[in-house]
Unconditional design. Structure first.
Length: 200
């Protein structure tokens, strides 16, 4: 939007220098109409600016989803500016919970661009043994592969070994590598490194 040059200062200067008695009625009316027109233009510019600020705030915040079932809970946050996805999962995921979670993560991924980074905290997941969950793990992995995800960093200390092996096998099958770290701070440090410095 183009912001017009304000004529307010010129009118203000004129009325500082001149007494009202020195001005003709027609000139005063012209100035009043010019001021009203200027106010209308400024109101439109302010309205546009407020809408733009809201849009920028929405972009910065990104999308987020939280969910829970009887035995599991999760929080998913996409940061549009950083092009980064944060995921935290806890509890025991049955097929129903895995389905809800995978649908949530796909909707948040829609707000990110190709080459995004992903941090997943699965340190509090419990073993369920439901092999049908593999379908939803594969669904998420395929979407990440299509997004050309840059790095997948997993906080997996405490994750049951069967779950870890199952997830790693599916991701490797699709051609994705999961980088494991012990803490969120370690994940943040890893993200600060250049891609060509990463070796697993």
């Amino acid at each position: 939007m183009v912001v017009r040059e304000s004529g307010f200062s010129g009118i203000a200067e004129k009325y500082k220098k001149k007494q009202l008695k020195d001005l003709k009625e027609e000139e005063i009316l012209t100035d009043i109409f010019q001021l009203l027109e200027g106010v209308s233009v400024r109101e439109k510019e302010i309205s546009w600016a407020k809408r733009r600020i809201k849009d920028l705030e929405r972009e910065k915040k990104g999308e987020s989803k939280v969910g829970r079932t009887r035995s599991a809970m999760w929080a998913i946050r996409g940061f549009t500016i950083e092009n980064r996805l944060y995921v935290k999962m806890a509890g025991e995921f049955d097929y129903k919970g895995a389905k809800q979670f995978s649908n949530h993560i796909l909707s948040v991924l829609d707000s990110l661009r190709s080459g995004c980074d992903v941090i997943v905290d699965v340190s509090r997941i419990q073993e369920n043994g439901d092999k049908k969950n593999a379908f939803h793990i594969r669904k998420v992995a395929c979407t990440l592969e299509q997004l050309n995800v840059s790095r997948i960093i997993c906080i997996a200390d405490g994750l049951p070994k069967p779950v870890k092996e199952r997830v790693n096998a599916i991701f490797e099958e699709i051609g994705l590598t999961i980088l494991e770290v012990p803490t969120l701070d370690a994940a943040s440090d890893l993200l600060r490194k250049e891609k060509h410095h990463l070796r697993v």
